[in-house]
Design a protein around this ligand. Structure first.
Ligand code: ADP
Ligand code: MG
Length: 394
């Protein structure tokens, strides 16, 4: 028997961390980003730039930033400028300035001792190192909202206005902040906010025709020729549109469909495999959606999952969930958030279709919010969340 050939030519091109060279339908935004930093190629020390990139999950924020990083460092090399682009996902460092700076410094001085320095000392060491190396740095802080949530205005201020305390010297550190929406920035104090609000690049959701182009590009890179019928790309794009134009979801779905084709020894990725793939991802368990939640949003949802798993009930009040959430926070060594904040989380999770929330009539304590899980098993949800929150803890 002939060994089965995979429909994939290069599966890695569908990996969520792969950054393609070409980003269809983001040309305008890429150009704008290059504009904002074009001075760096000619007069790198002249100013420190701050840019915000914002947009929903899967709109290409991370890809646009990383693609730009590759471009600018390559261009800088041509003119012998010592320019670095460092991309840090703040969530991986629990949004903590100290851990972020420690990591940043280690990219320049791997042997620098890890212990015994405060954030302030680390920050001034980084600037000192940049001075020594005559280097310029674009620091991209992805999932910037976790940083703001964790550290508040002061740290953001420190990081973004640092240069002003170095009047007359070359400006070495520019920042790109990447986050889902601008709300966390609006909550910052006035002066910090104003620094960040000048250069905002807003990425809108991809409509179907754009998703089709993005998918076709990826199909050509990742699949063997004529393994993907045209209507399959169409179907995947349609399904991703109902996922609010999420390109990550589209690519993940295409990859899964390919896996089904391989599993059944088919040399064609048929629509049925797409349908199988989508029904294999219970709405809530879509990794991309869970990954997009903030840390406390995850802890809160973990509380919800545990409550329903252990109580075996269908409904719970917000205050009951709050109690379980407080226990979860203790477990992860986190300070629980306020009632108001948690109420907002319920609204968010309900808008995402993960929980159902309804305000019930006057009970003893007045109106209260009754919460239930939508269409997911509590223990599956718990398992899924645990893998995320624990990864972050280590
Ligand atoms: P975000 O950071 O906004 O959540 P990402 O940048 O991670 O989104 O994009 C999600 C996935 O979709 C990634 O695999 C990325 O490479 C891909 N992607 C997003 N936009 C484009 C595009 N315009 N062209 C090609 N691939 C894209
Ligand atoms: Mg991202």
């Amino acid at each position: 028997m002939k060994p089965h050939q995979s429909v994939f030519k290069d599966e890695a091109k569908l990996d969520i961390n792969y950054v393609p060279r070409r980003l269809p339908h983001r040309e305008k935004e890429q150009r704008l980003l290059r504009e904002f930093f074009s001075f760096l190629l000619h007069f790198p020390g002249r100013m420190a730039q701050r840019v915000i990139i914002t947009g929903d999950v899967g709109t290409g924020k991370t890809a646009v930033a990383q693609n730009f990083g590759a471009y600018i460092t390559q261009e800088a090399k041509k003119t012998c400028k010592n320019l670095h682009y460092v991309h840090i996902n703040c969530r991986e460092y629990r949004g903590k300035l100290f851990l972020i700076l420690q990591h940043l410094l280690s990219t320049f001085r791997p042997k620098f001792p890890k212990r015994g320095y405060s954030s302030e000392e680390l920050l001034s060491t980084i600037i000192q190192v940049l001075d020594e190396d005559k280097a310029f740095l674009i620091l991209a802080l992805d999932e910037f909202d976790t940083f703001i949530e964790q550290e508040g205005s002061e740290a953001v201020y420190k990081l973004t206005r640092l240069q002003e305390m170095r009047a007359g010297q070359p400006q070495r550190l520019s920042i790109i902040g990447i986050l889902r929406d601008l709300k966390p920035i609006e909550r910052l104090d006035t002066s910090t906010k104003s620094t960040l609000q000048h250069n905002i690049i807003q990425l809108s959701r991809y409509p179907k025709i754009q998703l089709v182009d993005i998918l076709n590009d990826r199909v050509a890179m990742a699949f063997e020729p004529s393994t993907i019928p045209e209507d399959v790309v169409d179907l995947v794009a349609d399904l991703a549109v109902s996922e609010s134009g999420n390109a990550r979801f589209a690519i993940e779905l295409l990859w899964r469909a390919g896996k089904y084709a391989d599993a059944e020894d088919s040399d064609l990725v048929e629509p049925e495999y797409v349908r199988k793939a989508i029904s294999s991802i219970a709405p809530v368990l879509r990794k991309s959606e869970i990954a997009s939640l903030g840390f406390h949003e995850k802890l809160f949802l973990l509380g919800v999952a545990r409550l329903f798993k252990e109580s075996r009930r269908a409904y719970a009040s917000l205050s009951e969930i709050e109690e379980v959430y407080a226990v979860v926070c203790e477990e992860f060594d986190e300070q629980p958030l306020s009632h108001i904040q948690l109420w907002k989380y319920v609204q968010l999770l309900s808008a995402m279709g993960i929980v159902k929330a309804e305000v019930t009539g006057a009970g003893i304590r007045g109106r209260s919010t009754r919460v239930s899980l939508s269409s997911v098993s509590a223990s599956d949800l718990e398992k899924e969340l645990i893998t995320f929150v624990e990864k972050k803890e280590r």
